[in-house]
Ligand binder design. Sequence first.
Ligand code: PMP
Length: 401
Amino acid sequence: ASRFEGIAMAPPDPILGVSEAFRADTDEKKLNLGVGAYRTEELHPYVLKVVKKAEQLMLERGENKEYLPIEGLAAFNKATAELLLGADNPVIKESRIATVQGLSGTGSLRLAAALVERYFPGSKVLLSSPTWGNHKNIFNDAGVPWSEYRYYDPKTVGLDFEGMIADIKAAPDGSFILLHGCAHNPTGIDPTPEQWEKIADVIHEKNHIAFFDVAYQGFASGSLDEDASSVRLFAARGMELIVAQSYSKNLGLYAERIGAINVVCSSAEAASRVKSQLKRLARPMYSNPPVHGARVVANVVGDPALFGEWKAEMEMMAGRIKNVRQKLYDSLMAKDKSGKDWSFILKQIGMFSFTGLNKAQSDNMTNKWHVYMTKDGRISLAGLSLAKCEYLADAIMDSYH
Ligand code: PMP
């Protein structure tokens, strides 16, 4: 008998499992709207031109494959903090930020969770309801207790702002409040600038710490600065923060696993101590991070011409998603004679749309229409083309009514 007999089969991942099921489907009409990855109008994966240029430069320079330091590539860490906060931000000028290169967004969140577990024992993290499914796994595995704050209101398919504020107020003082910097996943619903101010007020009053997950900077609005405005608003108030970043979406570096964890502190001394502890946590987990994606980011951000090209490509990608969003809305409005208001689709931002389809309806989308999506009713518009909007609208009509 196997010594591993006692190990049961694990359930498939609710998001990545959708891609596995998609691959197994042989129907020509099939559509994968599960995972959040950008596709062209022809539904092909897309490598940014600016990434290819940066890689060409790297090849010409003949860079070596020596280990990076535990904290990652210095040029990347500098660039990533500046992209997040703006190069002239006092936080950076005063060296009040501890930045460590992470294994993309997920690995950066995991490292921060380890910091919370070690130095804030018993402190709770509050997650939005709903949130990206992996947040719960990350904090569970790090041994950090979590609970949820209200966020999505199914009646309005909008933000339950009162509920959100009440739940943040009710959390034990000194909790960590996980916030999506922009393009909330899965709902696509973000607070307004006025609401962000109010959220910052309550977090400050309660002595909580804001913990931002920034996975879509530049990808939501097309502007890096606009998409970082929530984080910058908190930083401008002098608040201490944790911010995880990812370059999976905005630079299309999904498989390179490049991101960072930033801890904004109230003094340079605190920041250097925090950084030393982040390194101490990273060393026994993975020693040091991979170099390729870090060099790509550093080269793109560090070269004014490439930086400009990146911004143009980001606008192009964000623009394509907006066009698809509009076309899906138009198709639904044209087909739906029930008088239902689908305008919430236009109000949502980023890669996803939260359709309001329940589990049974989502199952119908997949089983009958070969449309693969997560069971919470989320569809990735980045995996949709203008040409497929009519088909998708037919599938939604059939499943909804
Ligand atoms: N946070 C959120 C909210 C996300 O949507 C994602 C990507 N799906 C991530 C973090 C992390 O992705 P990655 O590890 O590829 O950077």
